[in-house]
Design a binder for this molecule. Structure first.
Ligand code: PLP
Length: 368
């Protein structure tokens, strides 16, 4: 069986270095927000090309903290609307509702799967304060078009970069294109820790300071609490491991692109529609997602032939039970995608042999 993702094999590639990093932390006697956190924050900020990085507990909190930070700055207030893509991981929407804001899903582009700027424009009301652009599957959203719209309406443009570590959009890294960006380092992400972890990146010094305090019980100074904050800090173990893996992210993303290119050039079967790659630099292929009509049959066929696939995501936000209040909405492209998308295995340690088998199996679908 070719697993959808083989995390053990992925992490074995850096095992000696990560084990060394872990021992260093064990021996240090300091376990949350210490030297390792400071090193990683500085390195990740410089990697993304921003002034500030704040290490936090996970990607969901990174998004929540950005919204909470803007609320403290008076740029967003309770009940305001935030536009986000209808086809995203649930965390994007949860961050909005958990901050007392109203999520407004927009439709997406059928080719790139990313949020459609035309739909964003249609969703703007007098209460809209921000747009969250998700760089879905690793491809940076249409940020220039989105920026034009957000500038016109004085809206904040926030990146959910949880799937796009290292992507370069018109010369700028994901995480430096919007007003602020949220990253997740959940183990399966392109830059994955060995536990939960996340970060916020921004060039806004004041926002970064507020987020740092908000993530530490609203405090900059022990037992002095300026805000009603969260406990969402990056621990030293994860920071030390992330520093090791940050050294390999460009190499790993290059391997992901090679695999994606192989799929793009070699999958030749009218049953499958391949993704639209807007630019090879701006896509880091967190996932390789194709579309097909008979998805359940295709998935069963692949499984019968030893290939594990997944679906990202089987329900658009407004089709999730948790968001029943949005179920009256009609977002035709997102609804089509939820029924047609299928994610193939794509990770740096995938072998040429495995890749050939996946492509051959796909190309044989429908012929027997
Ligand atoms: C993974 C992910 C998140 C959430 O990150 P966690 O670290 O799991 O909280 C948010 N948005 C997107 C698009 C993601 O893929």
């Amino acid at each position: 069986m070719i697993p959808f993702l083989n995390l053990k094999r992925e992490n074995e590639r850096y095992a000696s270095e990560t084990k060394e990093a872990v021992s260093r932390v064990v021996d240090s006697g300091w376990y949350i927000r210490g030297r390792e956190n400071n090193y990683f924050e500085a390195d990740f900020a410089s990697y993304c090309g921003v002034g500030y990085c704040v290490g936090v507990g996970n990607g969901l909190d990174a998004l929540r903290l950005i919204l909470m930070g803007y609320m403290q700055l008076g740029k967003i207030k309770e009940g305001d609307e935030v536009i986000l893509p209808a086809n995203t991981f649930i965390a994007t929407a949860l961050a909005v509702t958990q901050s007392g804001l109203t999520p407004v899903p927009a439709d997406c582009d059928i080719g790139s799967y990313n949020i459609d700027p035309v739909s964003v424009k249609e969703k703007i009301t007098g209460k809209t304060r921000a747009v969250i652009a998700v760089h879905l599957y690793g491809q940076v959203a249409a940020m220039d078009e989105l920026r034009e719209i957000t500038d016109q309406h004085s809206l904040l443009l926030i990146e959910d970069a949880a799937q796009a570590h290292g992507a370069i959009y018109n010369g700028r890294r994901a995480g430096s294109v919007g007003d602020a960006a949220a990253f997740s380092f959940y183990p399966v992400k392109n830059l994955g820790s060995l536990g939960d972890a996340g970060a916020v990146t921004t060039n806004d010094e004041e926002l970064a300071g507020i987020i740092r305090a908000l993530s530490n019980y609203g405090s900059d100074e022990k037992y002095i609490h300026k805000y009603k904050g969260l406990n969402s800090r990056l621990d030293e173990l994860q920071a030390a491991i992330l520093s090791v893996k940050l050294g390999y992210i460009d190499e790993d993303n290059a391997l992901r692109r090679e695999i994606a290119r192989f799929y793009m050039e070699n999958i030749k079967n009218d049953f499958f529609i391949l993704p639209e790659v807007k630019g090879w630099d701006s896509h880091v292929f967190h996932l390789f997602v194709i579309r097909c009509q008979e998805r359940a049959r295709v998935q069963q066929y692949l499984s019968d032939n030893g290939i594990q696939t997944q679906i990202h995501y089987p329900h658009a936000i407004h089709r999730q039970q948790a968001y029943a209040e949005l179920s009256h909405l009609s977002l035709p492209v997102a609804e089509q995608l939820q029924d047609e998308v299928l994610s193939l295995p794509l990770y740096p340690s995938l072998t040429k042999e495995e890749l050939n088998k996946i492509v051959d199996t796909l190309n044989n679908y429908g012929t027997i």
